[in-house]
Structures are given as C-alpha cells and as structure tokens.
Design a protein around this ligand. Structure first.
Ligand code: SF4
Length: 257
C-alpha cells in the first residue's frame, strides 16, 4: 500500500528523519499527484499528471493568498514545528508562483516564528526557471534530488518528462550555492547502486559540490514490487566511498525495521 495523498495545503507537523518536527506545505493539487518525475519508488504511487507545464492544472493548484493565509494561521498558533517544508503531492517548484510563495513565507516566518527554518524538497527539474533559482538563496535548507549520474539511469529510476536534460540540470545545480543533495538508492530492478552507476553519480556530486549529500533507501511501501532496499550497512559503505571520491560530506539515513 502506498501512502495517501496530502488532502490540504498544510500537513503535519510530521517527525522527519532529517528535519525534526516539520510542517509540510503542499503546493500541488489535493486529489492527484502532479510531478515532472514518475519515480519507481514514489511512496505516493504513480504520477497522474506528468508534466513541467502546469497551465492545464492551474485551477487545481492553491493560490498564493490561500497558501500564505494557511501558513500565517499556523505560524500565529501554538503549533510546535521546527521547519516549514515545501514538499507534498509532487514537485513544489512547478507552482507558477513558487518564488512569490517563498518570499511571502519568509516574511511570515520572520514576523511570527523567527526561530523556524524553511526547507525545500525538490526533484531538481524546476531549476530551469531563473526565478526559481533566484529564490533558492532565501531557503534555509534547499534539498535537491539526484538519484542518477547518467541519463540512462535517470530515465529508469526517475522516469522524467521528455524535456528533462540531466546535463543541463547538473549545470544549473552547480550554479547554486549552499544546496544539499538527497539521493534515494535502490537495488533490484531498476537499480542505481551498480559500480558504474555509483561511479557516474560520484562524478556528478564532485562537480556540484553541495553542502552535504543525504542518502537513504526505501523504508516505506513502494508501488514497484521489483525494488530491493539497500541495507543500512551498504548505505554506510556508499557514504564512506562517496566522501573519499568527492570530498563532500555524506550522511546516510534509514529507519530501523
Ligand atoms: S519526484 Fe518525488 S513526488 Fe515526484 S515522483 Fe519522484 S518521489 Fe514522487
């Protein structure tokens, strides 16, 4: 069983492995998944609307005012959270007003919850937009997905829309300062942990030089039964190897079973 979709703009706070108590902000529709990827491991199931161009779905997206009002109410309440996190039913940076949303939420945070931090969990495809790239420096913890070092593995694992170009995406990630990468590692079919896959992946990480890399595997139900979890021991080995080959700090995360 995959997880149910988020039914509202805000969800949680959830206890996150990396963020502590995180109040999620879902900028995508409440009743279907809208994403530029269709990852084989997505715990929300298969992508229903697979696109970078959300104009046909504009009526299903929350408006700027709706999102800011919900966040303002939560920030003024006694709700206990450490992070406000852009995530949810798809790719948050596909929202046409993503930069304005970041700006508005930063203002609300500064006014009502100066101790809270703002995080973004993105699949990296939105960085083709200059206004999205410009907004990244306002986010305390901008985390970008990189599951593959080659276009072939990206196609097998993340199944992006046609126009996604890994080379361009890497170049644009290289242009951003202070970002984090997150990588979901899977074995079975498909896999992104074969020696050639890891070699290509480490080369891309070395080029991007993120602040840190967070690696993990499938700890929740996934829609494809052919996937195999990478064990915590192997994650730790990959982290050590990644640090040696890239000079970047790798952190491995897993849930005890
Ligand atoms: S990018 Fe995220 S939301 Fe989109 S398909 Fe992959 S895991 Fe699911």
């Amino acid at each position: 069983m995959v997880l149910p979709l988020k039914v509202d703009i805000l969800y949680g706070p959830v206890n996150s492995r990396r963020l502590g108590r995180s109040l999620g902000i879902n900028l995508m529709p409440s009743n279907y998944k809208l994403c530029s990827f269709n990852c084989v491991y997505c715990h929300y199931g298969w992508t229903k609307v697979h696109t970078m161009d959300v104009r046909d779905c504009a009526q299903d997206l929350p408006s700027l005012d709706e999102v800011l009002e919900k966040v303002r109410i939560a920030a003024r309440s006694g709700l206990d959270f450490e992070y406000l996190t852009f995530s949810g039913n798809g790719e948050p940076t596909l929202h046409p007003q993503f930069p304005q949303l970041v700006e508005g939420i930063v203002q609300i945070r500064n006014q009502y919850r100066p101790e809270a931090r703002i995080a973004l969990l993105s699949n990296s495809t939105g960085v083709v937009r200059a206004d999205v790239r410009e907004s990244i420096s306002k986010i305390d913890l901008p985390v970008f997905k990189l599951d593959a070092g080659s276009a072939g593995t990206l196609r097998k694992v993340n199944r992006p829309v046609e126009e996604v170009d890994l080379g361009q995406m890497i170049e644009l990630l290289c242009s951003l300062d202070g970002i984090y990468l997150q990588t979901l590692l899977i074995d079975g079919s498909p896999s992104n942990v074969s020696p050639p896959d890891l070699e290509a992946y480490f080369q891309q990480v070395a080029r991007i030089q993120p602040r840190e890399v967070h690696i993990y595997s499938i700890d929740r139900p996934v829609p494809d039964p052919h996937l195999v979890r990478v064990t915590p021991q192997k994650l730790q080995e990959i982290a050590r190897s990644g640090e040696q080959k890239t000079g970047v700090t790798f952190r491995a995360f897993w849930m005890d079973r």
